[in-house]
Structures are given as structure tokens and as C-alpha cells.
Design a protein around this ligand. Structure first.
Ligand SMILES: [Zn+2]
Length: 223
């Protein structure tokens, strides 16, 4: 189906239940809370499991916001002719799943650091089946994730020993969409998992970061 100017119109319905997807502008990711499904609008045939991460402390809903991350599970590998480096890489802590910010941010570098921190603290990232709340708009195209994962893995190796001449690759096994809690802290926010502080402008600095106010599905209300 196309509109008058010939652009492809993507129906904003859940691929599973046919219900409306929640994805106000500028979100490029539509979500269905009933089915716990996220889809990227340009490739609506791909479904990703949507889940919330548990916050380390309870907060009223006005002090908590969920930032969406693409969660990449897989494994990194390297090819390295230097035995000394090889030993360093082999003895390094294995990275857990990689969380890449799906929301728009003017300070992407801050979140690259968070990606590695989460990958090294995977036991702290636990699904919260009861959680619900406002989720920031998701804009990152998931087709970039394989390349981003390979770069992230190479950056991790580089922290341990210079990766010049080292081939790093990453095999993606699974991609999901994770809503990670951030908690209000003064004028800024801290991530609700490890307590890393972010000045408010990193989220809300006038960019296209409208939050999607998500209400808990009726079936899960339980009251
Ligand atoms: Zn659905």
C-alpha cells in the first residue's frame, strides 16, 4: 500500500494480535505491550521480544522513565597473530549481552560506555514482568546492530590491548528490545540498574525524545 506520493505506508498494527502498535512520532519502533513485541517500522516483518528491566529501587512513576535499548546476544571472536595479546584477550572477562541505545541522544559516547558496563554486569539486568511506564521513542535501525556489536567488541578488546592488526568479529544470535529504567536524580537521571549518573540534557536536550506513555494492559492489571 502506498500514499499519494508513492511512499510505502506501514500499517501500525501488531503482527501477532492485530491491535494498534504504540509508536507516536518520532518513534520508528512500534510496540505492543499485550504481546510484548517490538517492530521496526521499516521492517515490520521482524518481531523482537520486548521486556522491561527491573529497577534497583522502587520509585513513583513520575521519577522513572524507561529508555529503550536493542539487546544483542551473541559471541565475539578474534584473530590475532600476537601470542601475548591473544593470552590477554583469552583471559579477559566474557562480555554478556550488548545493550545499544535505541533512543535518540546527542551524547552517544556516554552510552557506548554503558553498553560495556552492562555487558560486564549482566547479572544486574533482570527482567521485571510487572513493570510498566513511559518508554522513550526508539529511533535506531536494528539492521545496524551487527556492525555495532563488532565495533563494540573490538573496542572492548582495545581496552585490554591495542587491537591494531587484530581482526574482531561478532556473531549475533538474538536481538530483543529492552526497556531499561532511569531514575530521576536532582536535575539529571541515573540509570536504574548500576546507578550511573547522566545529566538531564543527555536525554531531554531538546531533541526528538518524546516519551511514549504506556499503560499497563488490562489483562496484566491483577487488581
Ligand atoms: Zn499484539
Amino acid at each position: 500500500m502506498t500514499d499519494e506520493s508513492g511512499r510505502l505506508l506501514v500499517p501500525l498494527v501488531c503482527p501477532r494480535c492485530g491491535g494498534d502498535l504504540e509508536a507516536p512520532s518520532p518513534s520508528r519502533v512500534g510496540i505492543c505491550l499485550n504481546c510484548k513485541v517490538a517492530t521496526f517500522m521499516r521492517q515490520p516483518e521482524n518481531e523482537y521480544h520486548l521486556f522491561f528491566i527491573e529497577a534497583r529501587e522502587r520509585r513513583p512513576s513520575s521519577e522513572i522513565i524507561y529508555a529503550p535499548f536493542w539487546l544483542v546476544k551473541g559471541s565475539g571472536s578474534f584473530n590475532c597473530g600476537d601470542d601475548k595479546k591473544k593470552r590477554i584477550y583469552q583471559n579477559a572477562r566474557k562480555l554478556g549481552p550488548l545493550y545499544f541505545p535505541a533512543f535518540w541522544t546527542p551524547k552517544a559516547a556516554n552510552y557506548e560506555n554503558l553498553t560495556i558496563r552492562y555487558a560486564l554486569a549482566q547479572e544486574s539486568l533482570v527482567e521485571d514482568k510487572e513493570a510498566h511506564g513511559a518508554i522513550l521513542a526508539g529511533v535506531l535501525d536494528p539492521s545496524r546492530l551487527a556492525a555495532m556489536a563488532a565495533l563494540c567488541y573490538a573496542a572492548y578488546l582495545d581496552r585490554l590491548a591495542d587491537v591494531t592488526g587484530v581482526e574482531a568479529s561478532y556473531k549475533v544470535e538474538q536481538v530483543a528490545y529492552a526497556a531499561v529504567p532511569f531514575l530521576k536524580a536532582g536535575k539529571g537521571w541515573t540509570d536504574g540498574v548500576l546507578g550511573v549518573a547522566f545529566p538531564g540534557a543527555y536525554f531531554f536536550g531538546g531533541g526528538p525524545t518524546s516519551a511514549l506513555n504506556v499503560t499497563k494492559p488490562e489483562t496484566a492489571r491483577g487488581l
